[in-house]
Design a protein around this ligand. Structure first.
Ligand code: BG6
Length: 471
C-alpha cells in the first residue's frame, strides 16, 4: 500500500551490525577452545584459512572502536560454545569466559548494546562424540546448562539473547548435525528429530533467561526468505502455501505457538519423519515463549508446483543450500523480475516488507532483523576506499522496507546489517564479503589483516546519526 505519511524510526531503535564467532574470531585452537562441527567441516574441503578468520579474537578492541566510530547502538555476536565448554559440557574454560567478559565490557564502555547469539552453527564436536549431539535428548540439558551459565556470567550486562541461529538451516545441513552418511531420507529424518530437541531446548532456555537475567529478552533467529507463487495458477498458489509452512513457519510455530502446524505435521507423518514426542513436550513448548522474533533476511524465492509423476515420487528432493525442490510439493524457480547477487541470491527489499508484515500478523511479537546484507567480491584499491555503492543501495532499500512495515503497525526492536567487518562467508570463504569494514586478507594469504572503512561504513554512520531520517 502506498501511504501519504511515513513514520520515523523510534528513538530507541537498535541500529546494529552482526557477526558470528567462527566467521570472525579466528584463534580456532587457542586458549583452550574445543573443536566444533564447524572446525571439522572448514578443514574439509578447506576453501580458505578460516583458523584466523578476521582475527577478531586479537583485534576486538580495534573492532569495537570502529563500531563506536560508526555510531552502532548494538552489536550482535555469537559466543563459541567450545570456548566456554571445550567438550560442550563438563569443565569450564576460564580463558574463554574471560575473552567474552573483555569483549562485553568493551562494548558497554562504548555504549553499544550487546546482542548475544548463544549458538550459531558451532555445535561442540565433543557432544557429537559423547552421544550423537542434537539427535539425543541429552542435548537438551547440555544446551540449557550452557545457556544458563552464560546468563549467570554475562546477564548483568547482556539483556538481549538469541537462542539458535537459523535452526531451519541446521535441520537440512547434515554436517552441522555431525552426520556423515549421505542418505538424504535418513538425514532429513534426523534433522527433524534434532529440530524437536532444539525447540524443547529453546523453550527451556526462554524460561531460564527470564529467571536468571533481570530485564532479559530472548528470541530465536530463523532464516526467513520471502516466497511468492510463480503464477496465478491455483496449483502454484497451493505449492507456495505448502512451502511457506514446511520451510518458513515451522520453527517459529513451535517456538511461539508451541505447536506442529497441520501442514507441517502431515508432511512429517507422510514421510515417517515425525519425531516421537514425550509427555510434557507440547506443554513445555506452549508455556515458554520468546519475547521477540529475530530473523535473517537476504532474498526471496519463487515457488512453483511440482506434481508427482512417473519419474518422481514422494521423498524425491534436491537440496542446495536448503531443499530447492521436493516432488509432490514445490520447486524454486528463477524470478525474472529481480536482480541477483553474484551468487544468485535474488535481491528483494519488497520481500522484506512482506516478511515483516507476515510475521507480525501471525505472531504479534516485536521483530529484530538479526541479519541483512549484500555479499560481493571486493578488492582494495591502491588508494582511496572501497566504493560499495551496491551495498549502500541494498541496505538503503531494505531499511526503507522496514520503515514501510513500521508504517502499517509492525513493531521493531532493531536491525543488524550483516556483517560489521568482512568475515569468512558461510560457503564462499573470503571471496564473498559483506562488511562495512574491509579486512585485508585473501583466502590463504593473510596479509596484514588491517581494517579499512568502506564507503558503506560512512553511509551507515550518517544513517544512524540522523536516526534513519535519510532513508
Ligand atoms: C546466514 C548465516 O545464513 O547467512 C551466516 O547466519 C551467513 O552465518 C550468512 O554468513 C550469509 O551466508 P553466506 O553463505 O553468504 O556467508
Amino acid at each position: 500500500m502506498e501511504t501519504k505519511t511515513i513514520n520515523s524510526f523510534p528513538k530507541n531503535f537498535l541500529w546494529g551490525s552482526a557477526t558470528a564467532a567462527f566467521q570472525c574470531e579466528g584463534a580456532a585452537y587457542e586458549d583452550g577452545k574445543g573443536l566444533s562441527v564447524m572446525d571439522v567441516r572448514e578443514q574439509n574441503p578447506k576453501i580458505c584459512n578460516y583458523e584466523v578468520a578476521s582475527d577478531h579474537y586479537h583485534h576486538f578492541k580495534e573492532d569495537v572502536a570502529l563500531m563506536k566510530e560508526c555510531g552502532l547502538k548494538a552489536y550482535r555476536f555469537s559466543i563459541a560454545w567450545t570456548r566456554i565448554f571445550p567438550q560442550g559440557n563438563g569443565n569450564v574454560n576460564q580463558l574463554g569466559v574471560d575473552f567474552y567478559n573483555r569483549l562485553i565490557d568493551e562494548l558497554v564502555a562504548a555504549n553499544i548494546t550487546p546482542i548475544v547469539t548463544i549458538y550459531h552453527f558451532e555445535y561442540p564436536q565433543g557432544l557429537i562424540e559423547q552421544y550423537g549431539g542434537w539427535l539425543s535428548r541429552k542435548s537438551i540439558d547440555d544446551y540449557v546448562n550452557y545457556a544458563s551459565f552464560l546468563f549467570k556470567t554475562y546477564g548483568d550486562r547482556v539483556k538481549y539473547w538469541i537462542t539458535i541461529n537459523e535452526q531451519d538451516h541446521v535441520v537440512h545441513m547434515p554436517f552441522r548435525l555431525g552426520l556423515k552418511g549421505d542418505d538424504l531420507y535418513e538425514n532429513e529424518k534426523a534433522g527433524f528429530l534434532a529440530n524437536h530437541h532444539m525447540c524443547i531446548a529453546a523453550a527451556k532456555t526462554f524460561k531460564a533467561c527470564h529467571e536468571l537475567v533481570e530485564g532479559g529478552k530472548i528470541g530465536p533467529a530463523v532464516c526467513f526468505d520471502m516466497m511468492y507463487p510463480t503464477s496465478n495458477r491455483p496449483a502454484d498458489m497451493m505449492a507456495w502455501l505448502d512451502a511457506m509452512e514446511i520451510r518458513n513457519y515451522y520453527v517459529l510455530d513451535l517456538n511461539v505457538k508451541g505447536e506442529y502446524g497441520g501442514v507441517f505435521k502431515r508432511y512429517l507423518e507422510d514421510r515417517g519423519w515425525m519425531p516421537k514426542l514425550q509427555e510434557g513436550d507440547l506443554a513445555c513448548l506452549k508455556e515458554n515463549k520468546p519475547d521477540f522474533i529475530g530473523f535473517n533476511y537476504y532474498a526471496s524465492k519463487s515457488i512453483s508446483a511440482y506434481p508427482l509423476s512417473d519419474k518422481n515420487k514422494i521423498g524425491d528432493m534436491v537440496i542446495k543450500l536448503l531443499p530447492a525442490e521436493e516432488a509432490g510439493i514445490y520447486k524454486v524457480v528463477k524470478n525474472e523480475n529481480l536482480n541477483a547477487t553474484l551468487w544468485g541470491w535474488e535481491i528483494d527489499d519488497i520481500g522484506l516488507e512482506g516478511v515483516c508484515r507476515l510475521l507480525w500478523e501471525r505472531y504479534r511479537l516485536p521483530l529484530m532483523i538479526t541479519e541483512n546484507g549484500f555479499g560481493n567480491k571486493e578488492v582494495m584499491p591502491e588508494e582511496g576506499m572501497i566504493q560499495d555503492d551496491d551495498r549502500i543501495d541494498y541496505l538503503h532499500r531494505h531499511l526503507l522496507a522496514v520503515k514501510r512495515a513500521m508504517n502499517v503497525g509492525v513493531e521493531f526492536i532493531g536491525y543488524c546489517n550483516w556483517s560489521f567487518m568482512d568475515i569468512v562467508s558461510g560457503h564462499s570463504g573470503f571471496s564473498k564479503r559483506y562488511g562495512l569494514v574491509y579486512v585485508n586478507r585473501d583466502e590463504f594469504d593473510l596479509k596484514d589483516l588491517s581494517r579499512s572503512k568502506k564507503k558503506s561504513f560512512y553511509w551507515y554512520q550518517e544513517t544512524i546519526a540522523c536516526n534513519g531520517e535519510n532513508i
